[in-house]
Ligand binder design. Structure first.
Ligand code: S3P
Length: 170
């Protein structure tokens, strides 16, 4: 059983991934953290050293490396479903769940977060919102290929278990 959490930066994939993994006794894997460990570099350093294309290659490889693992909840990076055949592959390997979130809330979460995100650094608040709106729009056709979708805002664990219990056969 593999569950992939999909969605834009700041939608809550890592936060919910940890909570869901704890609930089901599954292993939590943060794909960005896995890439950082495999390279011994931070995501920002990988972007600087190898550019975005080098990061995407490593993201693809990291995804491949967990394809034989079972009982895992994976928080994917916001761009992971949008490159190579990653979305198709995740749908084939397991269950994908898209956490949808409004651009305004994404901006708030990205601004408040400590996570370094090379794609959205150095923007003013207006620029950031405009970027998120455009970027999210481009990515939506990939995110929408997920098996399930929840809308972020007032999510609770019950919202996830209502979807996942029948799949996990509880
Ligand atoms: C990215 C999202 C990030 C990380 C990298 C690129 C993206 O992950 O993979 O900075 O392209 O949206 P989060 O969604 O966990 O912030």
């Amino acid at each position: 059983m593999k569950i992939f959490l999909i969605g834009y930066m700041g939608c809550g994939k890592s936060r919910w991934g940890k909570i869901i993994a704890g609930h089901y006794g599954f292993r939590f894997i943060d794909l960005d953290t896995l890439i950082e460990e495999r390279e011994d570099l931070s995501v920002s350093e990988i972007f600087e050293k190898y550019r975005e294309s080098g990061f995407r290659k490593r993201e693809y490889d990291a995804l491949e490396s967990i394809s034989d693992k079972e009982n895992i909840i994976v928080a994917t990076g916001g761009g992971a479903p949008c490159f190579s055949n990653n979305m198709e592959e995740m749908n084939r390997l397991g269950t994908t769940l898209f956490i949808e979130c409004s651009p305004q809330l994404l901006r708030e979460r990205i601004t408040e977060s400590d996570t370094e995100r090379p794609l959205v650094k150095n923007f003013s608040q207006d620029e950031l919102l405009n970027y998120i709106i455009r970027h999210l729009n481009n990515r939506m056709p990939f995110y929408e290929q997920s098996h399930y979708k929840l809308v972020s805002g007032n999510l609770e664990l019950d919202d996830f278990t209502a979807i996942l219990d029948p799949i996990i056969n509880l």
